[in-house]
Design a protein around this ligand. Sequence first.
Ligand SMILES: [Zn+2]
Length: 290
Amino acid sequence: MLTTMKEMLQTAQEGCYAVGAFNILDYNSTLAVVRAAEELQAPVIVQTSAKTVRFWGHSPIVSWIKEIAGASPVPVVLHLDHCKDIELIKQCIDTGWTSVMVDASSKPFEENLALTRKVVELADAGEVSVEAELGEIVGVEDDKSVAEQDAHLADPDKAVAFCQDLHLAAFAPAIGTAHGVYKGEPKLAFDRLEEIANRTGIPIALHGGTGLSDEIFHRCIELGCAKINISTQLKYAFIDGFVDYHLAHREYEPLKPLAAQFERIKQEVKERIDLFGGAGWAARGSGGSQ
Ligand SMILES: [Zn+2]
């Protein structure tokens, strides 16, 4: 069933597991993500980048998710990933997304807070959950020095001030992860993560989840991460699943590489869900509001 994110993530934080949030690209990848969750009886978050929403338009994405998740036995969230465009956020709230992320993290604190508050008001009216970001989660390709990266990390005092009264479903403080493919093992600010999770009481969203070690994931979950974003890994599975099949068989029957792509994505999503500890939680009947 389609659900919002708030209760799903609170349950996850209490149960000391994290819900995988996977960036889909089309119908096939959406189906693979939800089927993976069903096979493991896990709650799951289907995310769309703003780019993907602009590519397809709102209504096709909503029709896929309703078709795929509407009658599903596991709780599924349709979430808008990083979005700076308040009009796009509003359209998502109006057309069927059950959760949105406002990313005004590049703006000064007060401006970020004001914009986030505005999105919370819109979301509340549409009964949709909200994620917001503080500090700046950089891209690996930005190639920042350690000092530069530290400057982008979220400050715990500011995090507490930011989260007060917003009733966020998820909070994404910058703690040293990055988007893209890591060149070495990233250095995470675990102490900040722990302090921010404890003092805000909000389930933490971990961005830049592709390429982190199992140990890092487990530590982050112990310290309060209840949502883990996997995007880059799915892009690779999407392309490689299709291309590898074609290179191996050289047939021009598109449904076969599409089936291979589906299997590759489903398999990788299942591995992540399992690693994050979410398997079986949908069956316990505590994966989300109904
Ligand atoms: Zn992100």
